[in-house]
Design a binder for this molecule. Structure first.
Ligand code: ZN
Length: 251
């Protein structure tokens, strides 16, 4: 099975369009979305319309912004920019998209035997996986050998290897325009494909991945899009300017 893996789109239509153009000639059977469709960006309805249009081909987990922007959770843990954006989003969501957003379920979900998807961590959908310790907790919480996650907006890999009862954990940041990783069946992996709509690794390009589960291979890509157009739309919508500015730097 081949999966298109998208995460953290954050209502950035231009970034999603660039990814859609990039995958046009690539083959995939399913779309897996790791959460945070909305929040921060100016195009929540367009992004949700597109996700909805994937129908039964879409497997999704909810993100913290999805919950708050759908009015299912309070914004008290958000900084003031995220809170402003969440209020703006809830106000402008069309009814069918609000219902769709509310239907997102918390992870982890199993895509097939041995492969799971979650937003933050398999131990807690709101937890971040930045460190080896965070990764240990996530590995311990689920049995799968590959766990896809988002939430940090940083393309990264954690690899757990067991040799004669001794565990070693490797951490790697995944950079560059195209990266191919072969997954060793002896190891376990946590992989973040990066963020489509708000990268935070100082690379402003949209990030996504394609997983070929039968080949045990994952392809990671970064795609250029016109960040200045997205920034302008954020300003025109009356959203906090910082949410547009950060896209120019991938920060
Ligand atoms: Zn996010």
């Amino acid at each position: 099975m081949r999966y298109l893996i998208l995460s953290d789109i954050h209502a950035n239509w231009e970034a999603l369009q660039a990814v859609r153009a990039h995958v046009r000639r690539k083959r995939f059977d399913r779309v897996v979305f790791l959460g945070d469709a909305v929040g921060y960006g100016a195009s929540p309805n367009r992004v949700l319309d597109w996700l909805r249009s994937q129908g039964d081909n879409l497997i999704t987990v909810r993100g913290n912004h999805d919950r708050v922007c759908a009015g299912l959770d309070s914004a008290e843990h958000f900084n003031r920019y995220a809170r402003q954006a969440a209020e703006w989003t809830l106000n402008c969501l069309e009814e069918r998209n609000l219902e769709f957003l509310k239907s997102f379920l918390g992870g982890p979900v199993e895509l097939e035997e041995g492969v799971a998807a979650c937003h933050g961590s398999s131990v807690d959908e709101d937890a971040y996986i930045f460190s080896a310790y965070d990764a240990q907790l996530a590995f311990a919480a689920t049995p799968q050998s590959l766990i896809l996650f988002g939430h940090t907006h940083v393309p990264s890999l954690f690899m757990l290897r067991e040799d004669n009862g001794k565990q070693t954990l490797k951490v790697r940041l995944l950079t560059g325009r195209r990266l191919v990783l072969d997954l060793d069946p002896e190891n376990r992996y946590l992989i973040n494909p990066g963020s489509v709509g708000q990268p935070r690794d100082r690379d402003p390009r949209a990030g996504y991945a394609i997983l070929d589960s039968s080949q045990r291979r994952i392809y990671l890509y970064r795609v250029t899009y016109r960040t200045s157009v997205t920034r302008r739309r954020i300003l025109n919508a009356g959203l906090p300017p910082v949410l547009g500015d950060r896209l120019l730097y991938g920060a």
